[in-house]
Design a protein around this ligand. Structure first.
Ligand SMILES: NC(=O)c1ccc[n+]([C@@H]2O[C@H](COP(=O)([O-])OP(=O)(O)OC[C@H]3O[C@@H](n4cnc5c(N)ncnc54)[C@H](OP(=O)(O)O)[C@@H]3O)[C@@H](O)[C@H]2O)c1
Length: 273
């Protein structure tokens, strides 16, 4: 496992080689050099592959390789299983790097304990081909958060359906997009709505209380980096119907003023009124 996080736009071949290399070559070398009649061949992969963790396109690709490699080995009549881990609390890379803990929590991943991993490993070393070649663990299924960009992907439709079942009966909430459409024009009210929703979104992304965020300050004052800014940009496109650049979001202008600029460009609001 080697990480070299960067936005896909800025990713070089070297970023990919250093991250994908150990996963691909390490796996392939073991496959080539170990005896063919192994009782088990277990790979630890990451949900970064299936979920697409922000800034980890290179690492994700290495993990997807391992996921498919388990199927490849099985197609050759060989034993194999890959376990896609979300994150482990007390051992390993995430446990040793505090800066990643908030990151994985914000994605909604469930924490795994050593005993969970030991249980999965004992299943894997049983060597039964009755188990799937790829096991994913740590995905949530009983609650949803609109900060989870990955859940909108069609591959997670089954999880969404499960959550829809468990959340039936909760009071319906109205999205910013719907509120702006009802509002219909650029005025103090629509700008207030965008400002409040932006503060709420920022609090979730940065895992801090809303009360600690002052809309008179810029987004950058709260440690928003380019990865988080991409998330804000996507949210603005979806909820306010404006294409805005990461550069504009990172500019040193108060959030309230930014909300006004967005309102004046929103396709949801009547700009003539
Ligand atoms: N920890 C988690 O929460 C988590 C989450 C998702 C997936 N995973 C997966 O679980 C596996 C183990 O992760 P971990 O948390 O135990 O990581 P770790 O503690 O950082 O261990 C990384 C391992 O990779 C080896 N390594 C580092 N650079 C290498 C290179 N260039 N070529 C070959 N090997 C290299 C290290 O060898 P040395 O000891 O010799 O340095 C070490 O054995 C990884 O495949 C990772 O994708 C872990």
């Amino acid at each position: 496992m080697v990480l070299h996080d960067t936005l896909f736009d800025n990713m070089t071949a070297a970023h990919v080689r250093t991250t994908v290399g150990p996963k691909v070559h390490g796996t392939w070398n073991l496959h080539e050099l170990l005896p063919r009649d192994l009782d088990f061949f277990v790979m630890l992969s990451s949900l970064a592959g299936v979920m697409g963790h922000r800034g980890q396109g290179n690492y994700g690709a290495g993990n997807i390789f391992q996921d498919y490699f388990a199927n490849y080995r099985r197609s050759q009549g060989l034993r194999a299983m890959t376990i896609d881990i979300g994150y482990l609390l007390s051992v390993g890379f995430v446990a040793e790097h505090d800066e990643y803990v908030d990151h994985v929590k914000a994605m909604g991943l469930k924490v795994m304990r050593n005993s969970d991993l030991h249980g999965l490993l004992s299943t894997a070393v049983e060597g039964s081909d009755a188990h799937p070649a790829q096991i994913m663990c740590g995905l949530p299924f009983n609650e949803h958060d609109d900060a989870w960009y990955w859940i909108q992907d069609g591959r997670f439709a089954a999880l969404r359906n499960l959550a829809a079942g468990t959340s039936a009966g909760r009071s319906a909430t109205i999205s910013l997009r719907e509120e702006l459409s009802l509002c219909g024009r650029v005025d103090e009210n629509s700008i207030d709505l965008i400002t409040a929703a932006m503060v709420q979104r920022l609090a979730k992304l940065m895992m801090m209380p809303e009360a600690d965020i002052d809309a008179a300050r810029p987004l950058s004052a709260y440690g928003v980096d380019s990865l988080v800014a991409v998330e804000v940009r996507n949210w603005v496109a979806r909820e306010v119907a404006v294409e805005v650049s990461v550069f504009d979001l990172m500019a040193n202008i108060p959030m309230r003023q930014l909300a006004g600029d967005l309102a004046r460009k929103s396709a949801l609001l009547n700009q003539e009124a």
